[in-house]
Write a protein that binds this ligand. Sequence first.
Ligand code: FE
Ligand code: FE
Ligand code: ZN
Length: 276
Amino acid sequence: MFYIGCHLSVSGGYEAMGKTALSIGANTFQYFTRNPRGRGFKRPDNDDVAALNDLISKNGFAPPLAHAPYTFNPASADERIWNYSRDSMREDIEVLEDIPGALYNFHPGCHVGIGAEAGIENTARLLSEVITPGQNARVLIETMAGKGSEVGGRFEELRAIIDRVELTEHIGVCLDTCHIWDAGYDIAGDLDGVLSEFDRVIGLKRLCAVHLNNSLNPCGSHKDRHAKLLDGCIPPEALVRVTRHPALAELPFILETPNDDAGYAQEIAWLRAAQK
Ligand code: FE
Ligand code: FE
Ligand code: ZN
C-alpha cells in the first residue's frame, strides 16, 4: 500500500482532519499536537478521537503522525526550556495512548553553544525520562538540516541519541527529504548510497516515516526551506524515486510542502500517478 498524506491543521478537531485527508486523496496525515509556536495545551475530546479512529480503520489509513511543536528544545542546557519540553512531551504521548499505532515526531533540538555532544546527551536524557515501557506511540527523531546549532544533521548524531536511551523499541526515525538534502545527503544523485548509509549508521528497521519535501536550496546548504515537490532544487523524479524505493515501501509519506489543501491534492494525485 502507498501511504501518502500531508500536514493538516488540528484546529477543527481530530475527525475533521481525517475528513480533510479523505477529501484530498490522502490515506494518512500529520498534525501539530499543540500550537507550534505557542504554549497552550488543550486535551482533545474523547468522542472526537474515537470518531477519527473509526474513520482511520474504515478507510485503511496508516496511523497519523503527531508532530511536537517548535517550542520544544530537548537539547537545551536551559533547565526551564528542557523541563517544559519534557513535561509537554509526556502530555503529548499520553494523549496518543488513544490512537492505535500513533507515531510521535520531534526535532532533537539545538545545542545553542554547549556543543553537539552535550546537546545529544540532553536529548537522550529527555527521551529516557519520557518513554515508558508499555506506551502505545512510537517516538520518532527527525533528521535535521544541520542549520545553526541543530542536532541531528548527521545520521551519526541520531544514532548517538538512540544509543544513550534504554527503551529503544519505542524509538524510531523520521527521514525528511528536504532536511537530509540540505544536510548534504545527495538523494538525487545517489539515493541507494544515502539509504545504505542510513542503514549502516542507524538501521533501516528504525525508519518509520518520511517527510517528503523539496528544498529551495542546493544539497549541503544547511538552510531548511521547504519547497513544493515540482518547485525546488531536488529534481522531482528523484522524489518519486524515494516514494518507489523498495526499502521504503509501506512507510507513510507526509508532505510538508508550502501548499493549501488544493495544492496538496495535486501533489498527492501526481505521486499516486507516478506509482503505476
Ligand atoms: Fe519537523
Ligand atoms: Fe519535517
Ligand atoms: Zn523543515
